[in-house]
Design a protein around this ligand. Structure first.
Ligand SMILES: *Cc1c(COP(=O)(O)O)cnc(C)c1O
Length: 386
């Protein structure tokens, strides 16, 4: 049996008949950028997320970058995030002109540890108070924002993070690029902070036919600024209030996303069912830990991740058995060559480091069958129990 890590072809067959005439229509009308498909998708995705404004952009990375720029974050500022995420989170910070700084994750959630966040912010504000007196400057505080990442489709501990942010005046930008439809205490991931950022990269729970992203916010001024940033800073055609970017969502992607959005709740439910079956079957396999759902949250299982000591051995075994797996992510950001200039070293974020050595992502998508999941777990058992 072959079990792919992800199969986008079966999903395409579900929407193909409905999609073809819509794409024909876009192509024959020649309205490729902006237009009714884009604004309709923005309304529908905002409604899916429980309200607010949605602004379609060209990637999740740009959604993050635009949120930071619009919040006034730039050179001289620091933005806190975690080292256990995809590099897009920190690229967005650097591209906004600010500096990424890290706090470690909680080993149970694999998301930002609020206790460590509080410690970090208290320390940097204490140092800052002394510095402020020394340089006799009253306003400057380098830590300006925090980006919790809802990794694997699991919401970070937003209540604590929002509380800390409110105390210290930090802007909260949610990286919800893996968490379309995830719930935190009854609220949708991405709808809690100042802005929520989504990616519609093809492999995400809601995926376009290319690069696409969106930003969600309840702040009308922010929405207006993002609409300008994505389109060369213009407030109306050829009138530029500022310099912006080529950051728009195009009509073809919006049309694909509109169709898929109708299925998203069902697809997320199917992922959760698949995860439940994995949880159940893996409970009997020694040496395997699963990353469990946190209380009062609903994961949408963008990824289904297990933890074990001999990760590389199992990875190889499953590949030989025709099973696709992934490593998300094998090297924490603070140890990446791209960030060597920051001077971090091994041991600085031990939880992230340890998890990166032990994690393995198993096949996960809505259309995965019971037989496929049973086969994956059988192959894991075979390896683990000899
Ligand atoms: C996919 C992803 C992004 C970036 O999204 P793009 O659309 O590829 O730019 C950012 N953060 C996380 C956690 C992601 O998984």
């Amino acid at each position: 049996m072959q079990v792919p890590f992800l199969d986008l072809k079966v999903q395409y067959r579900q929407i193909e008949a409905e999609l073809r005439p819509i794409l024909e229509d876009i192509m024959s009308n020649g309205a490729f950028i902006g237009g009714p498909q884009v604004s309709a998708f923005e309304e529908e995705f905002a409604a899916f997320c429980g309200g607010g404004f949605c602004i379609g952009v060209n990637s999740g990375t740009d959604a993050l970058r635009f949120a930071l720029i619009a919040a006034g974050i730039g050179p001289g500022d620091e933005v806190i995030t975690v080292p256990h995420t995809f590099i897009a989170t920190t690229e967005a910070i650097s591209q906004a002109g600010a500096r990424p700084v890290f706090v470690d994750i909680d080993p149970h959630t694999c998301c930002m540890d609020p206790v460590r966040l509080r410690g970090f912010v208290e320390d940097s504000c204490r140092i800052d108070k002394v510095t402020r007196q020394l340089i006799n400057q009253s306003t400057h505080r380098p830590v300006k924002a925090v980006i919790p990442v809802h990794l694997y489709g699991r919401p970070a501990d937003m209540e604590e993070i929002m509380l800390i942010a409110a105390t210290y005046g930090l802007t909260v930008v949610e990286d919800a690029c893996q968490a379309h439809g995830a719930l935190y205490k009854g609220r949708l991931a991405g709808s809690i902070g100042f802005a929520g950022c989504f990616s519609f990269y093809p492999g995400k729970n809601l995926g376009a036919f290319g690069d696409a992203g969106a930003l969600l916010t309840r702040d009308e001024n922010l929405a207006q600024t993002i609409r300008m940033l994505r389109e060369h800073g213009q407030s109306r055609k050829y009138y530029h209030d500022m310099e912006g970017y080529t950051g728009r969502l195009d009509a073809v992607q919006a049309a694909v996303l509109r169709l898929k959005l109708k299925h998203l709740a069902a697809w997320n439910r199917a992922r959760r069912e698949n995860a439940k079956l994995y949880d159940h079957l893996l409970a009997g396999v020694s040496g395997i830990a699963v990353v469990r759902e946190a209380p009062a949250t609903q994961s949408v299982y963008h990824l289904y991740v297990i933890l074990l000591e001999d990760r590389d051995g199992l990875h190889k075994h499953l590949t030989q058995k025709g099973i696709g797996t992934g490593l998300h992510y094998p090297l924490p950001l603070h140890l990446q060559k791209a960030y060597a200039h920051m001077g971090y070293k091994k041991g600085d974020f031990p939880v992230s480091e340890r998890i990166s050595e032990r994690l393995l992502s198993l096949p996960m998508f809505a259309e995965l069958t019971r037989e496929q999941i049973e086969y994956v777990v059988e192959c894991i058992r075979e390896y683990m129990e000899g």
